[in-house]
Design a protein. Structure first.
Length: 220
C-alpha cells in the first residue's frame, strides 16, 4: 500500500465512522497491570529521571531507523512517556507522530512490543518532573525503556517531498511528521548509521538495542 492509498483508506474510514480510533496496543492490558506499570513509571520519576521509550522497529530481518536534519545520526522512534500513559501507548503515539498516520495504518496495528532492556542517561531535561499525584521532582536525566517492535509490513516507507514547517516538524498530506529520512537495513549497516549519534551514551543505548534485536532473532 502506498502513501496515497493509505491516506485514502484512512479518510474513508473516518468519513463512515466519525469517531473511529485506531486500536491501541495497550487496550488488552488488565486494569491491575496498567496500575502497576503507572506506579513503576512514577518510581522512575521520583528518582529524578524522565521515563522514555525507544521503539526498535524490526521486520523481515531488517532494522527501521529514522533521521532528521536536526541530528547527524540515525535513531529509533522514541519519546517521553506522558502522565497517564503506559509504554505501549507511548510507542504507538511516537511512531504515529514521527512517521505519520499512513505508516501507522499500513503496518497493521495493533503491534505487540517486546521489552528488551532499560538504561539511564544523565542529561539535561527541560522543565520539572511531575508524578501522577502531583509530586514535583528536579530532573537528573532520562530513563529509557527499550522495546522491540516487530512490524507486519515493510512496504510503507513513503518517498515523499517534505515541506518545512517550523524548527522540527515536517508536513505529510496536511499533517505533520518528524523525520526527514529513513533506513531499512540489516544489523551491521544499521549499526554503522548510528555511529554519528552525538551523545556517546545515547549511541551505546541505540547500538545495544540493535544487538538485542539480533539476539532475539528479529533481525540479522
Amino acid at each position: 500500500m502506498n502513501i496515497e492509498a493509505a491516506e485514502r483508506a484512512l479518510q474513508l474510514i473516518r468519513s463512515i465512522f466519525p469517531n473511529y480510533q485506531r486500536p491501541h496496543m495497550g487496550t488488552s492490558i488488565s486494569p491491575e497491570a496498567r496500575a502497576r506499570q503507572l506506579a513503576q513509571l512514577d518510581e522512575i520519576r521520583l528518582e529524578g529521571y524522565r521515563p522514555c521509550v525507544i521503539a526498535a522497529l524490526a521486520c523481515q530481518g531488517r532494522v527501521g531507523l529514522f533521521h532528521t536534519n536536526r541530528y547527524p545520526g540515525y535513531e529509533f522512534a522514541q519519546g517521553g512517556i506522558e502522565l497517564g500513559e503506559i509504554p505501549a501507548e507511548t510507542i504507538e503515539r511516537e511512531i504515529r507522530e514521527e512517521a505519520g498516520d499512513g505508516f501507522s495504518m499500513d503496518c497493521a496495528w495493533p503491534i505487540e512490543p517486546t521489552f528488551m532492556f532499560e538504561a539511564r542517561m544523565e542529561t539535561k531535561v527541560k522543565g520539572v518532573l511531575k508524578t501522577s499525584n502531583g509530586t514535583i521532582v528536579s530532573p537528573r536525566g532520562k530513563h529509557y525503556l527499550v522495546y522491540a517492535v516487530p512490524l507486519q509490513n515493510t512496504d510503507y516507507f513513503p518517498e515523499i517531498q517534505f515541506e518545512w514547517e517550523g524548527e522540527s516538524m515536517w508536513k505529510e498530506n496536511g499533517g505533520t511528521i518528524q523525520f526527514t529520512g529513513y533506513s531499512w537495513a540489516d544489523a551491521r549497516a544499521s549499526a554503522k548509521l548510528t555511529r554519528r549519534i552525538q551523545s556517546p551514551r545515547k549511541q551505546e543505548i541505540v547500538q545495544s538495542a540493535i544487538s538485542s534485536l539480533v539476539s532475539l532473532g528479529f533481525v540479522h
